[in-house]
Design a protein around this ligand. Structure first.
Ligand SMILES: Cc1ncc(COP(=O)(O)O)c(C=O)c1O
Length: 386
């Protein structure tokens, strides 16, 4: 019996090694990995320049503390602020921590506590971020939750307008709901967000934990919708596997956080910052247009090859955050796909989520389509025989 708390439904695979788009298990079986640590390894496993940067830093200094000047923090913050609409950065270790910082900053800066988040959103597992998350299955057994959050249906302007009043500090939203079923923000809802937050002086918090760092074909996903968030949160892809998170905020929020307002022992340590800097340098060397075109072409191929299958309702998503919405639970077909050597994830009950690294080859993208198609056809045959 395992000595671990059973907080995860683990697969039968034990991974020994990762290289680029591939993982190799302890029995030598190779998998094409379109999970990538759940949208973490945007540049694939063990990317050579990121690995080298971390290896070099390991021999110099792992951790000092935020009592000291840390050159790498300044460097990473400079890149993030130069390429976003924000001006200041707080470093932490995960997505939940980044969102926790965002919630604290929004409350302190506005003196208000109400935050509107979206139904089916996912913002983390700490108490505040769990409360921000608009999914009952995540809340189960932990009540009473923080009362600050009011959930509005994603892409529903009318309901959002009704919920907004003078008590609202912020609206918190993902540009693509990842865990909630790969749902993309509609341009009309983005427009409503822009107008509403401006008119009512409400802060806009964009959770880019899953969508940021090139995942959707741009540095941040919000850029593609004309949004100008007051606060942006990042984690996952920022370290390409090294645990690191960040909260970015606009200049007008700077005074709300003073020494002692917030902190983290590990946040922004030299090792994490070295990983993040190497990731960001790699990201800035990318041709985003090329990534977008590669991803769009793949989405079309997925549609062409899968849409006539009775199990498939829709192929949707942005960049390399793609969902295949199905007419029933996807767990069985995901297991079949895995046995054929491709790793994919569910998003909710009925959606297969595909998260290849953004530097994936076209050959591997096509290979994945064929494995998914074959696995679905086999499932169909099994259903018709039984
Ligand atoms: C959009 C979003 N926000 C926050 C989180 C929480 O991040 P972490 O697991 O690093 O705390 C996740 C994790 O899946 C996420 O997808």
């Amino acid at each position: 019996m395992s000595s671990l708390f059973s907080t995860y439904n683990k697969w039968e695979v034990e991974v020994a090694k990762g290289q680029g788009s591939y993982l190799i298990d302890t029995e030598g079986k190779e998998y094409l990995d379109f999970v990538q640590g759940i949208a973490v390894n945007n540049f694939g496993h063990c990317h050579p320049t990121i690995t080298k940067a971390v290896k070099d830093q390991l021999d110099l200094l792992w951790h000092s503390s935020n009592l000291f000047q840390i050159k790498q923090q300044e460097e990473v913050a400079k890149i993030l602020t130069e390429h976003s609409v924000c001006d200041h950065v707080f470093f932490c270790n995960s997505g939940a921590e980044a969102n926790e910082a965002a919630i604290k900053l929004a409350r302190k800066a506005t003196g208000k506590h109400k935050i509107i988040s979206m139904k089916d959103s996912f913002h983390g597992r700490t108490f505040a971020t769990m409360s921000a998350t608009g999914q009952e299955k995540i809340h189960g057994g932990f009540g009473p939750l923080l009362s600050s959050f009011d959930y509005s249906p994603f892409n529903d302007t009318e309901t959002l307008l009704k919920k907004v009043n003078d008590d609202v500090a912020a609206i918190m939203i993902e540009v693509v709901q990842g865990e909630g079923g790969v749902r993309v923000l509609e341009p009309s809802f983005a427009k409503a967000l822009i107008e509403l937050t401006k008119e009512k002086e409400i802060l806009l918090i964009i959770d880019e934990v899953q969508t940021g760092i090139g995942r959707t074909g741009s540095f941040f996903a919000y850029e593609q919708f004309g949004l100008s968030p007051d606060i942006v949160t990042l984690a996952k892809g920022l370290g390409n596997g090294f645990p690191v998170g960040a909260m970015l905020g606009k200049a007008h929020l700077n005074d709300a956080f003073q020494a002692g307002s917030h902190g983290s022992t590990f946040g922004g340590n030299p090792l994490a910052m070295t990983a993040a800097k190497a990731v960001l340098e790699e990201l800035l060397a990318q041709d985003f247009q090329e990534i977008k075109e590669k991803a769009t072409k793949w989405k079309h191929v997925l549609r062409e090859e899968l849409m006539d299958h009775s199990f498939v309702n829709e192929v949707r998503g942005l960049g390399f955050l793609i969902g295949i919405a199905c007419s029933g639970p996807v767990n069985e077909v995901i297991t079949k796909i895995r046995r054929h050597g491709l790793l994919v994830l569910p998003a909710g009950l009925n959606v297969i989520r595909l998260l290849p690294p953004i530097n994936v080859s076209e050959q591997d993208l096509n290979k994945a389509v064929q494995i998914i198609k074959q696995s679905m056809n086999e499932s169909k045959k099994e259903i018709s025989v039984s």
